[in-house]
Design a binder for this molecule. Sequence first.
Ligand code: ATP
Ligand code: MG
Length: 577
Amino acid sequence: MRELLPYLKLYKKHWFGLSLGMILGFLTLFASIGLLTLSGWFLSAAAVAGLTIARETFNYMLPGGGVRGLAMGRTAGRWGERVVSHNATFKLLTDLRVYFYEKLTPLIPGRVGGLRDADLLNRLVADVSAMDHVYLRLVSPVILSILGITCLTGFLVWFDSDIGLTLGAILMALVLIWPLLFYKLGKGNGHRLTQNRADLRIRALDWIEGHSELLLFGAEKRYREKIDQAQMALMSNQAVNAHITGLANALLLLANGMTLLLILWMSADGIGGSVPSPLIALVVFATLASVELLMPIAGAFQYLGQTLASARRLNEIIGAEPDVQFPTYTNNKVIGTNNKVAVEFSDISFAYESNAPLAVDNLSLSVPAGSKLAILGKTGSGKSTLLQLLTRYWDVQQGNIKIGGQALTELSESELRSLISVVSQRVDVLNGTLRDNLLIAKSDADDSELAGTLSKVGLEYLMDAPGLDQWLGDGGRQLSGGEKRRIGIARAVLHNAPILLLDEPTEGLDRSTESQIMSLLEQHYQDKTVVFVTHRLVGLSKMDNVVVLEQGKLVEQGEHSELLKQKGRYFQLHQAI
Ligand code: ATP
Ligand code: MG
């Protein structure tokens, strides 16, 4: 149950709506039980009065009015309770989603690297939704039934203490037994249901995402069958749930029927020691109505297992510590001089997993402010990793990195982001308009600046109608690999930070576009510190320093011409490409 604590704490903020919902729920219960009790008594009392002289004096109007009032009160109360408590729970879920999302983002990419997108989506949607059970199905019904039982017992004790206390004891016992019994019965199935629901979503998303690939390789049918299997598993869990709910309700009705018999037997000789009177009907109908107090919790606790499983899945994310933590303070020290910023790597080492080989191995390198560095190396030699360490995508395990003389770990996230522009190896185009895709790099840029940048990177044709409003990504225009790359370069140009990291920016472009992009970058990075990862040997003579990486180690560095003269690794690479 400790798993639920973080969610119960969230109730504080919405206490008003949640308490109001509970008060309305209580009034509804009061009206339903009162309605049956009063009508039971009213009918018998009216019948008895009809047979005696009391028919002259019996007040039909007041109880009649009471019955009407309670009937209307029950309907209005139920409506009000649903509106108020659902409104409060939906607000609670909104907060919970935002809270979950805030906890999730710093975990990317390190901690959640092992989780599938679909699994995360399932946690964000289904598991968060399952948390509404905690209030609607567990907390509120339990409080209401305990309160209701106490009031009903008190009311009946007023007429006859034996009957009142007996009914109260039986109801309390049922309130304790049913949740325990049905929690145990539903627990295993609830866990499996949560798991199978996640599984179905993962398989369905897999199928949608890879649909064209699956069709081309004739594997679509196999994958669809897996979805069907996952669906069947989920449906069988739901069937078990329905059976358990049915059983809980049936047993409760049976218990209620037996209690009714007992109370009838106890009250047959008269209520409170008096002769038999219409009060018998009042007590019996109150017993009959008492099932209303228990119905909401009868089947609810079988969902507790499911809710706990969801809470556990959410806690895995909420409780995880991010691998990379930025300081929260902002450090206003001026970094670098004349907008130029130096970068220094000292003895850094990094491995993706504790037992994986080092992706960067004891590397030291300094990039003076405003200088241009090219990094070369075979595929998998750690070039992209080195850039990612500079952007704190990951943190080094040994050594340290300094930007403008200041340790990377001391910069706040916004400071670091404002210092670095990146064109990464794989540019992601978001599902959104072309404008949205560019504004992520500079949120206050106006349309003319965006259009100007697009034409600089040779994408001016994207400005044809509908121009910047054009939808990119899913459900919109798809871009080729080279176009995506140029969108990445446009973003870096817009961001205009003093450090520019380029991870193979011209890969996949034809020669003429490549030289156009290179000359644009040269203009753009004149007074910037540049780290340029490349496989292509274009423009290397213009670099101040060239380094060659091999299995995460720095094996050679120097100027282009010097390195060529040395006839070492760089020379070999030059020959090979
Ligand atoms: P390329 O020229 O192909 O882009 P690279 O020099 O950029 O190669 P990196 O991407 O830095 O190479 O990868 C260095 C090593 O780290 C490789 O062995 C790679 O398999 C591994 N690696 C990269 N990313 C991850 C990751 N997210 N998790 C685990 N290992 C990774
Ligand atoms: Mg790479």
